[in-house]
Design a binder for this molecule. Structure first.
Ligand SMILES: NC(=O)c1ccc[n+]([C@@H]2O[C@H](COP(=O)([O-])OP(=O)(O)OC[C@H]3O[C@@H](n4cnc5c(N)ncnc54)[C@H](OP(=O)(O)O)[C@@H]3O)[C@@H](O)[C@H]2O)c1
Length: 236
């Protein structure tokens, strides 16, 4: 068993849940977090039933206190943190004119500030250990304009540049920072009608999870920096 500890935020559903499953199958200790405890408990039970180690912690990435407490619990339990997968994210699917200040704050607080808080939390341990890997699940919306996604795009573009700046700073300390930019993935982020209409075209969350594992499982001296993953037939 590999004792590397991988923390996945927003792991209660969709892409995060699949990432937890594939990392666990590869032998890593996974820590799943999100706001909904009941869903996390189910994922951990499944992993433990298969004889592997996992923990669930309720963590709202929009709260600095919650993020710090989660890291503290991970360190208390395992004594190490090897990877952070910043996956928690939300969107609103509204035009700019319909977007309220509340929507802006909500999306930014989770997608951009939340990822920032999680990176800030794990970095002191990674710097001390002179190793670690942060993987951000961004979106093609970080560098492509879509209808009804202005704040979502801004949050992902902000995180892209924030993490690229961080990468420049910490690569000399042997800390890796990678970004994965998926196109449309078939998850609950989309309404049922859209999923039904495009289901033959959308990427499966399990495929993004496998790609995330590949980004992580590189030789020590190799860093996959930014990966764009689109449906073969392009954006929906
Ligand atoms: N689906 C796509 O087409 C697509 C494409 C590109 C990128 N992405 C990105 O992939 C990531 C995962 O999305 P998904 O498609 O898998 O959608 P999803 O199924 O809706 O998953 C979103 C996850 O984020 C968690 N979350 C939301 N707010 C949170 C908060 N304040 N604190 C902690 N966790 C929070 C949710 O859990 P709780 O509600 O339990 O907190 C949930 O587990 C997001 O960053 C999204 O932007 C998705």
């Amino acid at each position: 068993m590999n004792n590397k500890v991988v923390w996945i935020t927003g792991a209660s559903t969709g892409i995060g849940k699949e990432i937890a499953k594939v990392f666990s199958k590869s032998g890593y200790v996974v820590v799943v977090s999100s706001r909904r405890k009941s869903r996390l408990v189910g994922i951990v039970s499944e992993i433990k039933f298969a004889g592997r180690e996992a923990s669930a912690f309720v963590c709202n990435v929009a709260s600095e206190r919650s993020v710090q407490l989660t890291l503290k619990r991970i360190i208390e339990k395992y004594g190490r943190i090897d990877a952070l997968i910043n996956n928690a994210g939300v969107t609103a699917f509204k035009s700019f004119l319909e977007t309220k200040v509340y929507d802006f704050d909500y999306i930014m607080n989770i997608n951009l500030r939340g990822a920032f808080l999680c990176m800030k939390a794990v970095l002191p341990k990674m710097v001390k250990a002179r190793r670690g890997h942060i993987i951000n699940i961004l979106s093609v919306a970080a560098n492509t304009v879509f209808d009804n996604s202005s704040v979502y795009s801004a949050s992902k573009a902000g995180l892209l540049l924030l993490s690229q700046s961080l990468r420049k700073e910490v690569r000399k300390l042997n800390i890796k920072v990678s970004n994965i930019l998926p196109g449309a993935v078939e998850t609950g982020m989309w309404d049922a009608r859209t999923r039904q209409k495009y289901k033959n075209r959308m990427i499966s969350p399990a495929d993004i999870a496998e790609i995330t594992l590949q980004v992580f499982n590189q030789p020590k001296k190799v860093l996959i920096e930014d990966v764009v993953v689109r449906p073969v037939k392009g954006d929906i």
